[in-house]
Each structure stands twice: as C-alpha cells, then as structure tokens.
Design a protein around this ligand. Structure first.
Ligand code: THU
Length: 135
C-alpha cells in the first residue's frame, strides 16, 4: 500500500488560504496563496507580490517555489492554490512552466470559498518546455 500522505490536501489548501492573507496585491486587489508539499514532506508557502511596475509581479505559486529552493528542496508532490473570485484561480502559464521543472506529476489543488478541485500539472501543461543541459 502506498504511504499515506504526510499532509492531507485539505490541510495544504488551508495553508494556502492562510498565507493568502499576507499577499501584497494593492494594484489588482486579487490575493492568492499557495502551499506546496515536497516529496520529503516539507511544506513551503507563498503569496503574490505585486509591484508598481506591474510586470515585476510574482505569483503565489512561484513565491512558494522560491521558498522551496531556498530550503534545499527540489521535488513537488502537490501544490494547493487558494483565491477568492467568481471562478477558481488556475495557475497561470508561467507558473505552470516553473512548477513543471520540479514535478510534472504533482497534484494541483485549486480552491476558493465555493470549494476545490484537484488535477495534475501534467494535465494543465501537457507539453512543457524542457532544456536538456549538456554535461
Ligand atoms: N496570480 C497568482 O498569484 N497566481 C496565478 O497563477 C495567477 C495570478 C496573481 C498575480 C497578480 O498579483 C494577481 O494574481 C492578479 O493577476
């Protein structure tokens, strides 16, 4: 039998909901929280960080990836994203590409006040760009 996950997906979504409170989103007013669980069982969180130069904005998912890398982790098992809007906030294309570098098999749990749904990164990004690094 497969090992039971160390963090249940609803706990991961709750962590994303909580960190969303710290988002810096004065321009859009749209706050997003992300919590990812690594294969080692650690959880790293991130929130969106907007900027007066709009293009410099960092999404919640990529903020969580930065925390994971800084902590020395590399493999994402699942990621939960929480936002509050009329529809579920699916990870943007840039975040899908960044996440794919660290776990194409990762489960993606997207939630909001009305509920959540679970998919996989492979389903969200069927043909990621991969760069074969020469030794
Ligand atoms: N945003 C995220 O944090 N994650 C996404 O995957 C899509 C968009 C943020 C960026 C910006 O601060 C706000 O949502 C509105 O686009």
């Amino acid at each position: 039998m497969a090992d039971a996950p160390k963090v249940r997906s609803d706990a991961l979504l709750e962590a994303a909901r909580r960190v969303r409170e710290n988002a810096y989103a004065p321009y859009s007013g749209f706050r997003v929280g992300a919590a990812l669980e690594t294969e080692s069982g650690s959880v790293h969180v991130g929130a969106n960080v907007e900027n007066a130069s709009y293009g410099a904005t960092v999404c919640a998912e990529r903020a969580a990836v930065a925390g994971m890398i800084a902590a020395g982790d590399r493999r994402i098992k699942r990621i939960a994203v929480y936002a509050e809007g009329p529809t579920l906030a699916m990870p943007c294309g840039m975040c899908r590409q960044v996440l794919s570098e660290f776990g194409l098999d990762a489960a993606v749990i997207v939630g909001g006040p009305a509920g959540s749904r679970t998919t996989t990164l492979a389903a969200l990004l069927p043909e990621p760009f991969v760069l074969e690094v020469k030794p």
